[in-house]
Design a protein around this ligand. Sequence first.
Ligand SMILES: O=C(CO)[C@@H](O)[C@H](O)COP(=O)(O)O
Ligand SMILES: [Fe+2]
Length: 213
Amino acid sequence: MAKVSPSILAADFANLERDIHKVSGAAMLHVDVMDGHFVPNISIGVPVVESIRKCTDMFLDVHLMISHPKQYAEQFCKAGADLVCFHLEAEDDVQETIGLIRSCGKKAAVSIKPQTPVEAVYPFVKDLDMVLVMTVEPGFGGQKFMPDMLDKVKALRAYAQNVNPALDIEVDGGINFETAPQAAAAGANVLVAGSCVFGAEEPGKVVEAFTAL
Ligand SMILES: O=C(CO)[C@@H](O)[C@H](O)COP(=O)(O)O
Ligand SMILES: [Fe+2]
């Protein structure tokens, strides 16, 4: 069984509550926060997370694609995130940022971009709830899955076996009916999907199918 985290980046922002309810059977809801600095795109911020928190009990998986995440992590925790994920490449104080998120009573995750070697995250694995291995360059939905990232997922799953066997490994970008099974077979147990879920006639059915992997 996989945990599915539909990305609202592909939802209709004018009908966000309606679209969120379409995927309420998913284990999590993926919220992409982009600042136009760490990534060349701007999406949503703290006020939208607060509003989402008011309209659903779903577990909120907040993916920060922002510079200086330590400076903003607490605000996202207070806004209602259940898990805060920040990019290793965006922060010098990785250990402190993990501690800050944990001190807010939330789960902590670190993400790596496609060009970052997976070994870079190893020193933090024992203190993390989840690692996000990006399978596209962060910044936009609807991109093509990068199959080379599967080797990073496999290596991380093997490494975590001894250090933190309960570690969640999430993949994000280009997940569809072809790539979701590949990612799950490599050791990913959390699947983010945006366009494949919200672009479908029945988003809930896609969630069900991926959950069964
Ligand atoms: O973080 C990101 C993009 O930077 C993702 O969460 C996307 O929103 C995934 O979209 P699809 O590739 O599934 O359409
Ligand atoms: Fe994301």
